[in-house]
Design a protein around this ligand. Structure first.
Ligand code: ZN
Ligand code: ZN
Length: 410
């Protein structure tokens, strides 16, 4: 294990068979501001072409704690990831500070086996707050390792978790299982389902008044919950260009798109400037008919819900929508403790807007982790992506803790 044995973020696992190697994930540590080459694991061939036996980097899903250091790897190393994950990275590029736009990646797809050197890899599409997330079964030399990636059972694709439990990979020698929830939820606790979040939102959308909701545009399950709650309450959801481009990149016809009812595209001032600067007027093209402008938001705002970011504060100031408005924080509460989060709280407070927290985790409860472990019955279970690896053995069987930098035989 290269990184992640006792932290959430920066996950990286190196697998080696007769000198041929692959990496599973190459994430940025969550406490690091910027990716830095000094954070890269000392894996031969990762930064130069001196060792071509590093065959590929396999990215489980599109969260930065799983791919954030990959842009620093040598460009000759093949990358494998879901096709939608790659498209979403490209779609996000015009809007994010450090875009990563890999090309010619090897596609991961649900239960479609691929071979990389001596490694046979079976991806399992899983339920997680990132779209197109996979757990990975890797076989080499008759040994089988299962890596959970980030996984949960209570999102909109919870059936994928149940299917994995019903039909798990057999004879797993080692399972690397995430444990984000240890320390965040008690042993018998449940996280609310995504449907329960939708119901709560319906309740909050019923009274009149503008609602600003702060959620990740890449948490597609949540965007769907917000949209469905808007439909159920006769509200209009205002999505910005970034959110629309992410939805489009999924290629999923069942997700909200221009022309759908209760949906309008609002391009905030900061994105208009971004587009003018980058001359990417083409980005506006697909949304021409679905757009709503500031004058209209001012008129209809009391029946609107906006997927909001702090950079949109001025837009709402100028549309004069803050009186009788509410704000909902619908992502990890930890972000609120950071500087930007604290500033947002202040900005809302000076406008007399209450901030309410409505969110569910992207990670499995301890109960669900136990179900996963007993379905797979690995010979050894290794904690990863957790701050409490020491508690794994209290809760689960066959636990073997491994440290960052430690090599072992599966
Ligand atoms: Zn994740
Ligand atoms: Zn993660």
């Amino acid at each position: 294990m290269r990184r992640g044995s006792n932290e959430i973020g920066g996950s990286c696992i190196e697998l080696s068979y007769h000198g041929e190697r692959i990496l599973l994930d190459l994430g940025k540590p969550l406490d690091a501001e910027e990716a830095d080459a000094r954070m890269l694991p000392p894996t031969p061939g990762l930064q130069d072409e001196t060792d071509s036996r590093l065959r590929a980097i396999v990215i489980s899903h599109g969260h930065v704690d799983h791919w954030g250091l990959a842009p620093l790897a040598h460009t000759s190393i093949p990358l494998a990831m879901g096709a939608a994950t790659r498209r979403i990275l490209h779609a996000a590029a015009p809007f994010v500070p450090n875009p990563f736009t890999p090309v010619d990646t090897i596609d991961l797809a649900d239960r479609k086996q691929i071979t990389i050197g001596p490694f046979l890899i079976t991806p399992y599409l899983v339920d997680h707050s990132a779209f197109d997330a996979y757990a990975l079964l890797v076989e080499a030399g008759g040994r089988r390792l299962f890596y959970s990636g980030d996984i949960r059972a209570h999102g909109r694709k919870g059936s994928l978790f149940e299917r994995l439990l019903r039909d798990p990979p057999k004879r797993v020698d080692a399972m690397l299982m995430e444990g984000s929830s240890l320390g965040r939820l008690d042993e018998h606790g449940d996280f609310p389902t995504e449907e329960a979040i939708e119901d709560l939102l319906v309740d909050r959308f019923k009274p009149e008044g503008f609602v600003a909701i702060m959620a990740s545009a890449q948490n597609i399950d949540r965007v769907v919950s917000v949209y469905r709650a808007c439909k159920r309450t006769g509200r209009t959801l205002l999505l910005d260009l970034y959110a629309m481009e992410i939805l489009r990149a999924t290629n999923n016809p069942n997700l909200p798109a221009p022309g759908w009812p209760n949906l309008a595209v609002y391009v905030p001032e900061y994105q208009r400037r971004q587009i003018a600067k980058s001359q990417r007027f083409d980005l506006l093209e697909p949304y021409r008919a679905a757009r709503i402008y500031r004058e209209h938001i001012a008129e209809t705002g009391a029946r609107a819900v906006m997927l909001f970011r702090p950079a949109m504060m001025r837009d709402i100031d100028e549309a004069d929508l803050w009186s009788n408005a509410r704000a909902i924080w619908s992502q990890w509460s930890g972000y609120l403790e950071h500087e930007a989060g604290a500033r947002l709280k202040d900005d809302l407070a000076t406008r007399n807007v209450e901030l309410e927290y409505i969110h569910t985790s992207g990670h499995a409860s301890i109960k669900d982790l136990k179900r996963l472990a007993s379905a797979l019955m690995p010979r050894s279970l290794v904690p990863i992506h957790t701050f409490q690896s020491d508690r794994f053995s209290e809760l689960l069987c066959s636990v073997t803790r491994r440290n960052d930098g430690q090599w072992w035989k599966v």
